[in-house]
Design a protein around this ligand. Structure first.
Ligand code: AMP
Length: 452
């Protein structure tokens, strides 16, 4: 491969190149440079790539090319030639949007289907000829059972974010879908990591696959500036409001651990005068879509999400991610911060960490193999009134309000001046959450009393 790889040199058809040119992409990302030729060759593929690497175009472009190359002998309603399975509705919608974007100068027809919405419009859509079907497994099986979809013509199968599908317990559904597909087909499996379970699944699905990998396993994106601030759980919301306002953040994705926590936080941030919305599995699809499009259009500045709901949210150049609570599964931290710093743009990931979360922090730093910069926040003092933790949270955060000596953000003692910043002074997170030891080494970490 020459060093000046461009899309044309990958051998993609002219209508696709035209659509790519319109997106403004100048060169393929590494996953695209590797995946496109492999898929065009027609063999099976096992690819390790996280979201943010450009993996979606890495499979949709060559699939579109292959479908153009060998047009169907006859158009048949509800009988797709390519099936793309994804773990979540959001990801399904976004993948299909990519198919439409890259396929806009072709006659390839695509459709997306997922649960949580009325099935009837999907049944009507399936009465028309179809080339590419993007689906979540449960709803696809509903259609298969009702015989509104016919999977016997699938020539290409994609399992996107297969690791997530396994995490979410879809393995049985996947096997049931596989049983409905013709034996002779091309299979592509994309996963952020190659765990033993993924290898096991790959063994059953893929035939002599080419293997490609673009990011080292569990490596946090180099483009994401990671920092954390130690703060009592009860003060987090006030601190977050302060940071968002003072820094002038206009698009920030905030993660909470629970759906209830997401709702509560979005409500409180709204009361603080910020435009905020929550997105999680208990919300109707319409509410999720509304929140997501408001966030994309800039009408909603703060989107509060749980891990599963946020999976696959694809926003170009999302500048800020905040972990309002650290995830208890360390890999989720990597997924979360992967929402920013995508495809070459810089991003920031800030974690607000209560002392009760230190065990999660330790596990995350072990996984990413480096300490996260500790920051302090100038110009903010904890409010006298704190957020009352709800029952569930109080089990996790019992020590609220104790041990201020460990807290860099303690309230000033009597006679000590509060360090208030003038409103609108800072516009940069680096100034607000300035790393205490920006190149913190192992020695500095041992001295941090909160870590013992
Ligand atoms: P993905 O990993 O598929 O979720 O893609 C991440 C982001 O990268 C999406 O917002 C794409 O629009 C963008 N992207 C994909 N391919 C390229 C490319 N070749 N150059 C620049 N951006 C890209």
């Amino acid at each position: 491969m020459n060093t000046q790889t461009n899309f044309a040199s990958l051998g993609l058809a002219e209508p696709l190149l035209r659509a790519i040119a319109e997106t403004g992409y100048t060169a393929p990302t590494p996953i695209q440079a590797q995946a496109v030729p492999q898929v065009l060759k027609g063999g099976d593929l096992l690819a390790a790539a996280q979201t943010g690497t450009g993996k979606t175009a890495g499979f949709t472009l060559p699939i579109l090319h292959r479908l153009l190359e060998s047009p169907a002998s006859q158009a048949t309603a509800g009988r797709p030639r390519c099936l793309i399975l994804t773990p979540t509705r959001e990801l399904a919608a976004q993948v299909e949007e990519s198919v439409r974007t890259y396929g806009k100068y072709t006659k390839v027809r695509s459709m997306v289907m997922f649960g949580g919405v009325n099935i009837n419009p999907q049944i009507s859509a399936l009465r028309k000829p179809l080339d590419i079907l993007v689906a979540t497994p449960g709803r696809l099986l509903d259609h298969a059972q009702q015989k509104t979809v016919d999977l016997s013509g699938v020539e290409i199968l994609v399992l996107d974010e297969a690791d997530r599908m396994l995490d979410m317990g879809f393995i049985r559904d996947i096997r049931r879908v596989l049983a409905l597909l013709p034996k002779n087909r091309q299979n592509l499996l994309f996963s952020a990591t190659f765990s033993d379970e993924i290898r096991e699944l790959a063994k059953g699905v893929l035939d002599n696959p080419a293997e490609i990998s673009v990011a080292r396993r569990n490596t946090a994106s180099e483009l994401v500036k990671q920092s954390l601030i130690m703060v009592d759980q009860a003060h987090k919301r006030d601190m977050l409001s302060h940071i968002i306002r003072e820094s002038g953040w206009h698009q920030v994705l905030v993660f909470t651990r629970t759906k209830h926590g997401a709702n509560r936080l979005a409500e409180k941030l709204s009361k603080d005068g910020l435009t905020a919305a929550a997105i999680h599995g208990n919300k109707s699809q319409a509410a999720r879509t509304r929140a997501l499009s408001g966030f994309k259009d800039g009408k909603v500045a703060v989107l509060v999400a749980t891990d599963i709901a946020a999976r696959g949210i694809d926003i170009d150049q999302l500048p800020h991610v905040v972990n309002f609570e650290l995830p208890n599964v360390p890999e989720d931290y990597v997924h979360r911060i992967g929402r920013t710093g995508r495809a070459g743009s810089e991003g920031s990931a800030l974690s607000l960490v209560d002392r009760s979360e230190i065990k999660f922090l330790n596990a995350i730093e072990k996984l990413i193999k480096r300490p996260i910069d500790r920051g302090t926040l100038e110009g903010w003092t904890p409010p006298a009134v704190v957020d009352a933790p709800d029952e569930r949270e109080s089990r996790n955060f019992r020590r609220i309000g104790t041990g201020r000596a460990h807290n860099q953000n303690r309230r000033p003692a009597a006679g000590e001046p509060a360090r208030r910043s003038s409103p609108g002074r800072g516009t940069d997170q680096a100034r607000q959450a300035r790393p205490a030891q920006s190149r913190q080494g192992a020695g500095a970490r041992r001295r941090d009393p909160a870590r013992t």
